[in-house]
Design a protein around this ligand. Structure first.
Ligand code: JHZ
Length: 416
């Protein structure tokens, strides 16, 4: 009853707030719902529209998709299958251990344990609503709550006898949570007095600079600026004390948060220079100004026209195009631009759970990289443009044989 009332109040607040729409990416499917042939008739679509909140400066989807439709036991993104991300989480863990030496650790959105596995399992737990991953981390010895992150869950964890956590970590997860006030209240409820909450998500500034509109899809309920996070965290009794700019996922920010100091707290972590630097950088770019988003929308419209024109010309010239990486991002691109099998013949992906299926919405077949001779194709579209260097290095033979890459970031271009 209390939860329903909270949800109702939150909905009313959302409707009343000052949100202005700037981008419409059309009808989109669930970005990571790859399909079997017999599922084609039942596909779910929603309107992917993006709004800017004049009050908090937060960029969010106009229509949120029901979390259970995206995050369930069929979730296909396995962090551990990405060698660069496994390395990233190992390095991140070492850094956090050295810097904060936490006794107790909780990860929100623990996926298949790529971060958790670097921590002793007696004192570290996971929270993961996708049932397929909960079993994996439980088998690794980490207590894992198979639920969405809410204040109710934070209470349940406390009632199970866990003390407050010294480190709460989340990667590519907090931007998936639709009700941020609820999310941060839950964090505050279970963060120890001197504890740190560290989370990383794609950076809005980098998205705007690069024109990488494909960071926008159902799972990304918000694309975070430091500016918006600073406002929202502050409203929830939390403060940012450090920001790291990361290269992962096409440019992300790692945000370090502590309790807002009050007389009950022993330690007031000084706010470091990186916070002011990032706020200034964003202000200079115009991240708090609606006009910036209107300009971005015009750029995206041009990107669509350029990509469709290029692929259509290649088809007319009898050239063959494959795509590398069946990413959430490429779901947005292919559906926004209306690209199907007639323009891109297939998508290669290293994830076994995606292979043999059809890409969401576009229904382009996803195949194992090993089953394809790339030299049969003239062009490769980089669905995983964030791994451009890794892919270019792996596929040297394709380039040496005259193949070319296509990317749409920062603008539509062909390169080799
Ligand atoms: P990648 C995911 O988005 C989903 P996606 C998630 N919702 C999120 O928030 C973001 O990450 C941050 C394949 N690949 O990491 C593997 C190759 O085939 O860009 C992956 O399926 N060959 C959690 O899906 C995909 O590409 C290769 O050589 O946009 C990469 O997906 C390489 C390097 C990757 O995330």
């Amino acid at each position: 009853m209390r939860l329903e009332l909270n949800f109702l109040i939150w909905k009313v607040v959302c409707v009343m707030s000052n949100k202005k729409e700037f981008l419409n990416l059309g009808k989109q499917p669930i970005a990571n719902k790859f399909l079997k042939k017999d599922e084609l008739g039942d596909e779910f679509f929603y309107d992917l529209k993006v709004v800017f909140d004049e009050d908090t400066k937060l960029v969010s989807l106009r229509n949120f998709v029901k979390p259970e439709l995206m995050f369930n036991e069929d979730y296909v993104y396995h962090t551990s299958l990405s060698v660069p991300m496994v390395e990233h989480f190992k390095n991140t863990s070492e850094m956090l251990m050295k810097e904060f030496n936490p006794l107790t650790v909780m990860e929100i959105g623990s996926n298949d344990g790529a971060f958790l596995k670097n921590w002793p399992n007696d004192y570290s737990i996971g929270v993961e609503p996708c049932g397929n991953f909960t079993n994996v981390t439980e088998d690794m010895g980490y207590k894992t709550y198979s639920e969405f992150w809410t204040t109710e869950l934070s209470e349940k964890i406390k009632n199970d006898g866990y003390v407050d956590f010294d480190l709460i970590y989340a990667a590519n997860c907090i931007c998936h949570i639709q009700n941020l006030d609820e999310c941060f209240a839950a964090v505050k409820n279970i963060l120890s007095k001197d504890g740190v909450f560290v989370f990383e998500d794609p950076s809005l500034l980098r998205m705007l600079e690069r024109g990488s509109y494909d960071q926008i899809y159902d799972e990304h309920a918000h694309i975070f600026s430091v500016t918006a996070l600073d406002n929202i965290l502050m409203n929830n009794g939390l403060k940012i004390f450090r920001v790291d700019n990361l290269l992962v996922h096409g440019g992300s920010n790692r945000i370090y948060v502590s309790h807002l100091p009050s007389h009950t707290f022993l330690r007031n972590r000084p706010v470091e220079l990186t916070v002011r630097e990032n706020l200034n950088k964003e202000k200079d770019f115009g991240i708090d100004n609606f006009n910036t988003y209107e300009i971005f929308a015009e750029r995206i419209d041009k990107s669509k026209k350029d990509l469709v024109e290029l692929l259509t010309k290649l088809k007319d010239d009898g050239k063959r195009v494959v795509s590398i990486g069946a990413t959430s991002k490429s779901t947005t691109v292919f559906n926004y631009c209306g690209i199907d099998e007639s323009l891109v013949e297939c998508i290669t992906d290293t994830t076994p759970d995606k292979q043999g299926l059809l890409a969401p919405g576009s229904h382009i077949p996803v195949v194992d990289r090993e089953s394809v001779n790339l030299n049969d194709y003239d062009y490769s579209f980089l669905g995983a443009w964030n791994f451009k260097d890794v892919i270019a290095n792996k596929e040297r033979e394709f380039i040496e044989s005259g193949g070319k890459f296509i990317t749409h970031v920062p603008e539509v271009m062909v390169f080799s």
